[in-house]
Design a protein around this ligand. Structure first.
Ligand SMILES: [Zn+2]
Length: 402
């Protein structure tokens, strides 16, 4: 056995990927290997097995929802609701955790989702003062402004399942499977407290924050607690992932949603994908910068790797795109500083302290790559802007339509 590969020879992930991956003797990573299953699986059979799973959850009395779908004004929300409501014929309750970094476009997409599909929605607005307090702490202690978003997005649907006695939660793709091939599609991995803690939340559940930092109290974090096992088991709550039953292809899926349901998209300077995260002023900017500092790569690497696996990009072009986009300026930092009430230099200090890379608005650094973007041969369609007015603040609570 001669395996000295630290980097996948197909995509751009390395053995340092935060979710963990392995590279085989041919230099191909587990994420790429599991992706190959997508062209081997009998998806009709998978779809039928999904139909079998969900049919027992249909409310016989019609007095309750059949399932819960966590949604936002972006990502795969439209596609998931389309599959569940229109194709599987279930009556879902949509739930959305308000992360407060909302763009006008995201608010619009969420309102349009609710109207186009005719669904009820629950939106959780945690006291913004608590959210800011938590975020100041997680930013300072582990360089994350997204802990509360992930914790809220993964706890609120499960809390709602308990509260409303709706035992089935339907998610999109499983990140561990999609990115690093942690599981095969055939494992039909389901939602778990353990995965949430170890991978989604970087090992820090809500209660762990109390022990780590004396700045937070129980009153600040209780909304982010995952329900206990007794309640989950009593009601038989489970969370399934559509990516185990449908050949997952975010680019193609979003393009279908643009056509069918008027999903709106927007160009980002730091990646090629115009479809993901259009609801957030931070995900593709400050959060992406922090990811780059912590893990040595940013979202463009995820998108390029995904497109290479789908055979829409070659490796050489992918590398150019990564170099170009990861050097692009990080926008909307001022909005974040204003929201959380720290000054720009304070934030810069935290970022610089997190490692020795500087963030910079100096475009000249990347000038030799400026032509890469349009030469990639891969097309994403932007049909809107995140915001019509650059000075607009976060839409902390917004209904979207008059
Ligand atoms: Zn790979």
């Amino acid at each position: 056995m001669n395996n000295n590969f630290a980097h996948c020879q197909r995509c751009f992930y390395s053995i340092d990927h935060p979710l963990g991956l392995i590279i085989d003797d041919e230099g191909i990573c587990s994420g790429c290997r599991i992706h190959e299953e997508k062209d081997e699986i009998d998806w009709n059979q998978k779809w039928n097995s999904l139909k079998n799973i969900v049919k027992r959850y249909k409310s016989k009395s019609k007095k309750n929802y059949d399932c819960i779908i966590p949604v936002s004004g972006a990502n795969d929300s439209y596609f998931i609701v389309h599959q569940v409501k229109n194709k599987l014929g279930l009556n879902p309750l949509l739930v959305s955790y308000n992360k407060y970094y909302n763009t006008p476009l995201g608010i619009r997409n969420l309102a349009n989702l609710r109207i186009k599909f005719g669904c009820d929605i629950l939106i959780q607005n945690v006291d913004p003062n608590k959210v800011k307090k938590i975020t100041r702490t997680t930013l300072r202690e582990f360089g994350s402004i997204y802990w509360h978003c992930i914790a809220g997005q993964t706890a609120f649907p499960v809390q709602t399942a308990v509260r409303y006695k709706i035992p089935l939660i339907i998610w999109g793709a499983h990140q561990g499977l999609e990115q690093v091939g942690m599981y095969s599609h055939d494992h039909q991995v389901e939602m778990s407290r353990r995965y949430r803690k170890d991978h989604d939340l970087m090992g820090q559940e809500a209660d762990d924050l109390l022990y780590l930092f004396d700045t937070l109290t129980e009153n600040d974090i209780w909304q982010y607690r995952y329900p206990d096992d007794y309640e989950i088991n009593k009601l038989g709550i489970r969370g399934i992932y559509l990516g185990n039953f449908i050949r997952w292809d975010p680019k193609a899926q979003h393009e279908e949603m643009i056509k069918l349901f008027d999903y709106k998209t927007s160009m980002f300077n730091r990646t090629i994908d115009c479809y993901d995260h259009v609801d957030c002023f931070n995900y593709m900017f400050l959060h992406d910068l922090l990811k780059f500092h912590k893990h040595g790569y940013s979202k463009i690497t995820d998108h390029v790797s995904r497109e290479i696996r789908h055979k829409r990009l070659d490796r050489q072009t992918g590398l150019k795109l990564i170099k170009y986009h990861e050097a692009q300026p990080v926008k909307y930092i001022d909005k974040f500083c204003e929201w959380i009430n720290i000054d720009n230099s304070g934030l810069e200090f935290i970022i610089k302290n997190s490692n020795n890379l500087n963030y910079s608005n100096d475009k000249s650094k990347s000038s030799k790559y400026t032509k890469s973007r349009n030469k990639s041969g891969i097309k994403f369609f932007a049909n809107a802007d995140l915001s019509n007015n650059e000075d607009e603040k976060y839409i902390t609570v917004g209904k979207g339509y008059p």
